[in-house]
Ligand binder design. Structure first.
Ligand code: M3L
Ligand code: AKG
Ligand code: FE2
Length: 421
């Protein structure tokens, strides 16, 4: 009886090594209890490392650092960091991924200390550091946020007493710049104080953290209520909360505002954390959140004023989320610039309007509104992918200057200063 079992075991073991059996233990529960996992789970010599792995037919399974990870073999071959596959000086792949057999499987696998060695059918050896695998696995990534943030309503933001950064320290010290960027990344807004009220000084500030994004409005812009452009921003009218340039395929990442002059009343700036509002929608009506993240919409800018002729169209959902961890990274919300909806059938449209209403109700709650009067010397940076802005109507002469920044370059600066972005 025992012999019979053993020969059966040996043949199963051979099957296993040839990759024919994947879920043997599950199919043979009684057998499993007789010969526990030791058969096909490889344990490390040192128990303290707490690492086990298993070679399945179509993937490699690894348990390490409290994480169960599954790796595709083509992925593993593609991520070989050996000198012939990867240029560690330029951090670029040299391996031609298209040359990898899509049915590739390793010939042998062994673990030495904290390094896994894979030998591929052609004899090439790949080493994977266990911590590298944890950090770079799907399972490891899924649990992480790309951008840590503090979501706020008016009270949360005011209680936080986020300090403004001084012009001088922003321009001249690494700490000043880093503090500013850290606050900006966490809250989506940040102020610089004591800036000389000119366009040139505002430009200097912008250039310290990013490349300026030139658009149809120019590089640095300077505007009053003269209706020089075909947009209500160039009037004295109130503007409800919105994000800018929703009609670009990639809306501008950051908006910089500096009020150089205002002789009159009103004109306060409204700021609302769009991600805070979206989070409320997710809590109260997850299916509406999902719809807002799935339905593609167009926004449009049609201008024919004086010499300015423009027709811009941008397509994308209101809420943009990373598919692997559902993290929100951009809100596109501008009811003025939203174009005809013709990308979904009528019944979806109706559900979309319901979801849009839920979000709008959150965005309009007075407790979510942070009002601030922009003054000469106080420059405001707004994350245009997250925080909505608006303004109160005003009287008198009001002059605003500013620019848009490319998001990639702001994040680049932040990363170089050691911040998570
Ligand atoms: C900022 N600046 C005055 C230059 C442009 C304003 C653009 C306004 C437009 N409705 C939008 O939301 O994109
Ligand atoms: O005038 C203001 O305060 C802001 C107007 C506006 O929304 C914009 O320029 O994007
Ligand atoms: Fe705007």
């Amino acid at each position: 009886m025992w012999c019979c079992r053993l020969s059966h075991l040996q043949s199963r073991l051979q099957d296993l090594l040839r990759g024919r059996v994947t879920c043997w233990a599950l199919q043979q529960p009684n057998f499993k209890s007789l010969f526990p996992l030791a058969i096909h789970w490889h344990h490390t010599a040192s128990k303290s490392l707490n690492c086990v792995w298993q070679q399945h037919e179509d993937h490699f399974e690894l348990q390490y650092a409290n994480t169960v990870m599954r790796f595709d073999y083509v992925w593993l071959r593609d991520h070989c960091l050996s000198a012939s596959c990867y240029n560690s000086k330029t951090h670029q792949r040299s391996l031609d991924t298209a040359s990898v057999d899509l049915c590739i499987q390793p010939k042998t696998i062994r673990l030495d200390e904290t390094t896994l060695f894979f030998t591929w059918p052609d004899g090439h050896v790949t080493r994977y550091d266990l911590d590298w695998l944890v950090k770079n696995s799907y399972e490891g990534q899924k649990q992480k946020v790309i951008q840590p943030r503090i979501l706020w309503n008016a009270e949360i933001y005011q209680q936080a007493q986020v300090p403004s950064v001084d012009f001088q320290s922003f321009l001249e010290t690494k700490e000043g710049l880093k503090n500013f960027l850290q606050n900006f990344l966490l809250y989506g807004i940040a102020f610089v104080e004591n800036v000389p009220p000119t366009q040139e000084h505002t430009e200097k500030l912008a250039e310290r953290i990013s490349l300026i994004r030139e658009t149809i409005y120019g590089r640095m812009w300077y505007f009053t209520s003269d209706f020089s452009r075909g947009d209500t921003a160039y009037t004295k009218l109130a503007l409800d909360r919105h994000t800018d340039t929703t009609y670009f395929q990639e809306p501008c990442g950051i908006q910089v505002f500096h009020c150089l002059k205002h002789e009159g009343t009103g004109g306060r700036t409204l700021l609302v954390d769009g991600f805070y509002a979206a989070e409320q929608v997710l809590q109260k009506a997850p299916e509406e959140f999902e719809l807002l993240s799935k339905v593609p919409l167009k926004h449009e800018y049609i201008e024919n004023v004086g010499e300015c002729h423009n027709h811009m169209i941008g397509v994308g959902p209101v809420l943009n989320i990373y598919p692997w961890n559902k993290e929100l990274y951009m809100i596109r919300y501008n009811n003025y610039d939203r174009a005809v909806i013709n990308t979904v059938p009528y019944d979806v449209v109706h559900r979309w309007y319901t979801a849009h209403r839920t979000l709008t109700i959150e965005l309009r709650k007075p407790e979510n509104e942070f009002w601030v009067k922009l003054k000469p010397g106080r420059v405001l940076f707004i994350d245009n992918w997250r925080v909505l802005h608006g303004r109160e109507s005003f009287t008198g002469y009001r002059q605003l200057c500013g620019c848009y920044l490319t998001r990639d370059d702001v994040l680049n600066t932040a990363r170089l200063l050691g911040l998570q972005a």
